[in-house]
Design a protein around this ligand. Structure first.
Ligand SMILES: Nc1ncnc2c1ncn2[C@@H]1O[C@H](COP(=O)(O)OP(=O)(O)O)[C@@H](O)[C@H]1O
Ligand SMILES: [Mg+2]
Length: 227
């Protein structure tokens, strides 16, 4: 699923001062892109715009050829459910459910995933031993790993990840990035992902320099925007 943003302008409420202007961002279907830049610049805001969670003051946002600005909120929400998986910086999980239950809540193309697939996804992020632990009792790093397991079972066409490794040590950072790359449809997929069609698009925003080596396309946020 390709992403095409044009002439985006984002202002900060309530005074409306300019956060950034982005003339263009194009990501081809199946591409894996790392967007890097210091914190406070607007990387999270940009991801939320691509996800249709936030509307820019002006500009067009097309994902998979669909203009998100032309959709109603229920249409955008259905579109997100069917095509998109998001890994947020925090608050990814329902605290009063276990790791396994949080993964089993995910749906693939509208259908619940099996317990076995959820367990397989947790194994891939090295969380099998924490399957029955409530999300509220997991460390931040463990929560991030469960969030990635949710992406693995959902088999989305577009994966957006916001600082997915910010609470992880070097070892788990490598694991998570490999799992995310695997979730785009490589040989590491889970369940039905193993025999899947076109590769999913992956956009990761991060200030974490450890991620550079895992991506062939790097974008510098400050160079993309006019602030
Ligand atoms: N709705 C909002 N209200 C007030 N400030 C906001 C809002 N959205 C973003 N900002 C501000 O915009 C800046 C960029 O935010 P963010 O997108 O989170 O940057 P990054 O992810 O690069 O750290 C921050 O200073 C943040 O406080
Ligand atoms: Mg951020």
């Amino acid at each position: 699923m390709d992403v095409e943003l044009k002439n985006i302008r984002v202002e900060i409420p309530p005074q409306g001062q300019l956060l950034f202007e982005l003339p263009e961002l194009k990501v081809a279907a199946g591409e894996r892109v790392l967007i890097q830049g210091p914190s406070g610049r607007g990387k999270t805001t940009l991801l939320h715009i691509v996800a249709g969670l936030l509307r820019p003051q002006s500009g067009s946002v097309k994902v998979g050829g669909q203009d998100l600005g032309q959709m109603t909120e229920p249409q955008r929400s259905a579109w997100r459910r069917d095509h998109l998986a998001l890994v947020f910086q925090k608050l990814n999980l329902l605290p009063h459910l276990t790791s396994l239950e949080n993964v089993m809540l995910m749906r693939r193309h509208g259908e619940f995933v099996s317990r076995e697939e959820a367990q397989e996804a947790l194994a891939q992020v090295k969380m099998s031993s924490r399957e029955r632990v409530l999300a509220a009792h997991l460390s931040l790093g463990e929560q991030q790993r469960v969030a990635v397991a949710r992406v693995l079972v959902a088999s989305p066409q577009l994966i957006l990840a916001d600082e997915p490794t910010s609470s992880l040590d070097d070892f788990h950072t490598q694991e998570i990035i490999e799992a995310l790359l695997g979730a785009t449809g490589g040989s590491e997929g889970v369940g039905q992902n193993k025999a899947r069609g076109p590769q999913a698009t992956l956009v990761v925003v991060s200030h974490d320099h450890r991620l550079r080596q895992s991506f062939t396309r790097h974008l510098d946020f400050d160079q993309m925007v006019k602030a």
